[in-house]
Design a protein around this ligand. Sequence first.
Ligand code: ATP
Ligand code: MG
Length: 774
Amino acid sequence: MSTFLDDLNEAQRAPVLHKEGPLMVIAGAGSGKTRVLTYRIAHLMEQGVDSFNILALTFTNKAAREMKKRIAAIAGNSETKNLWMGTFHSVFARLLRYEGDKMGYPSNFTIYDTQDSQRLIASLIKEMGLDKDIYKYKQIQNRISSYKNSLITVKAYFQNPELVEADAMAKRPRLGEIYQNYVDRCFKAGAMDFDDLLLKTNELLTRFPEVLMKYQERFKYILVDEYQDTNHSQYLIVKALSDRYQNICVVGDDAQSIYSFRGANISNILNFQRDYDDVAVYRLEQNYRSTKNIVNAANSIIEKNKNQLEKVVWTSNEEGPKIKVHRSVTDAEEGRYVASSIFENKMQQQLQNGEFAVLYRTNSQSRAIEDALRKRDIPYRIYGGLSFYQRKEIKDVLAYLRLVVNPKDEEALKRVINFPTRGIGQTTIDKLVVAANHFGRSIFEVMENLDKLQLKINSGTQRKLEDFVTMIKSFQIMNEGADAFALAEHVAKKTGLLLEFKKDGTPEGIARMENIEELLNGIKDFVEGQKELADATGSLTEFLEDVALATDMDKDTGDDDRVALMTIHLAKGLEFPYVYIVGMEEDLFPSAMSMNTRSELEEERRLFYVALTRAEKQAYLTYTQNRYRWGKLIDAEPSRFLEEIDEKYLENLIPVNDGYRYKSLIDADIFGEVDKSKLRQMKPVKGTPPSFHRPNENQLRKLRKLKPQISSPAENTNVINPNLAEGSLVNHTRFGRGKVLKIEGTGNDKKAEIQFEKGDVKKLLLRFAKLELL
Ligand code: ATP
Ligand code: MG
């Protein structure tokens, strides 16, 4: 037996070695589900299964890349390249490029992102003369998206009186018509939106049995990670493709199903045994990720949910520190606490920024954390905010590139036809849109035939339109020979985009120019990378698809060392040594929007379970008494989830009932940032559990006296540090033995440069460094 199987425990090895037929691994967080999936693929390949016959579906493209790396290390690089592996969207976008022509799509179809979809819907609402306050384009886009994910086509919509009536009741009787027009316009533009990638795949597999058969043969082995969060559309695709060979392996955890708002259906995992014959079910129980305290605390939360499969999770990892709970007065102070604590941990234990994550329920919470991290010069990275590819200047360049590949792409065309300004006004564009609708052609086709169409556009404007067409066509000719990078560079210059931002001269303009440069570098990298792949060429089409489906998670190469800031939803499947979960307050987490029914509340609780189980060594839970929300300062109450954790896993730094809060201020005081007057302003919080009561003045006085006894970074200073000199031999708890090369600075700033035997030279702040003199 090959040795890589030794990296698994017995329970994990069983599903990896499982031969043919459907199997499901159902297990709690951190128990190695993703690892099992990865090793099963490697094992299949070792057993002689052709890598072309394996399809693996992951939650992010980044996860797919990491799995591939791992598999390549075991099974060899060249074979691994043939695996089809990625998110549902990226895998099936690729499949649709090969097969979409059967449904009338060009192979270079454009992928509309959410913003494109919204813009198109907004313009349809305008064209149809509807009231935009009733027909809100974002809501409508959402609605259409959920229809598509439930496989409700336009036809199915109109055949379903309930749906039609519901929209009529909601005073939107023409929603179905918008849906119809939206679908028509996307099709005419040679575009698919995100939901189409799944919907059209389903359509393809249902309408064309020979295509279905081809891919059933091709993907003899199908593996799905995070199966608990598949939606109906995804479920049907997997079901159809695996129907012939039934070699389907799904792994998941019902306790981590957190995407129901996007149509994820927990019953897909609950019904798996009913959907396939002779399903082998494997359970994993040992958690390898987290300390005992974290695992047990997480268990104590999730057991409050009624609707879940019975599961055991335990760990043989060390007990670890208790989970720290911190209360602050304002959200700004919460941010400062997190930043101080990260700083302190980093210094005391010589950690990297990348070992920390701050998780929150909603994106808007990141601002206070960001401010505080910036003040402390701690580099961070926000995931899921405005991603690089969503920035205006980047979307401008991409829109030109999209037009080169697919001139029918209406949203791209509208975006850049008059940017940089070339004197083509909105009236002209409206005329073009009307004509395009009238003739059932794309706007670009109308522009190509202006002289024949007599559109009452003055000759000056007509010439400008023709120049635009000529320019795009010249790019198309270039695209036939040049690589994507050369073309993109040419486009950025020739269209005047670079010049436009340069002319601007402001710091923003310069930043935009730099972003375009960064994009060009990215294209270059991409082209080089694609050339290595089995069935890719590095074409512009491939690049645009990659971008359309990229999330900023994917752009993270892990090269730069930063604290990660993201929503809990995005953190699924990831792990970090230190995790801060901020905003543990009622109405925020659990969210006010999700407390109406038991099932909504249970989903919030699963979300909390996901958050806590990301932590390997230490978790922090923070909440504040006052928070700015919707522009107003509101009183906040501690989250019920804090009470739900068994108290023995939480850290009460000072005897409960009082000092808790004060201790945290002392902590902050070490960094000189406590506003003591705040202490006096604190009001008791309504409904606060006894353990969170604020101290009264008397208790405060007592606590002040306690101060020296409270653990602080100063206490960790090793007494021998002052005796260090150049040439001293030392031992460090983490880095091992070393020799002091240099001492610099004085007092709190005193540092030692040390050459460690392991090879590194490090500069350590003596105030914190855990050194022993040898
Ligand atoms: P989640 O539910 O959060 O997605 P998971 O069940 O997919 O978690 P993994 O991410 O596969 O769990 O594993 C968690 C961590 O434990 C990883 O760092 C993994 O490398 C490690 N791990 C898993 N199994 C073993 C093992 N047998 N020996 C050592 N480490 C392991
Ligand atoms: Mg996983």
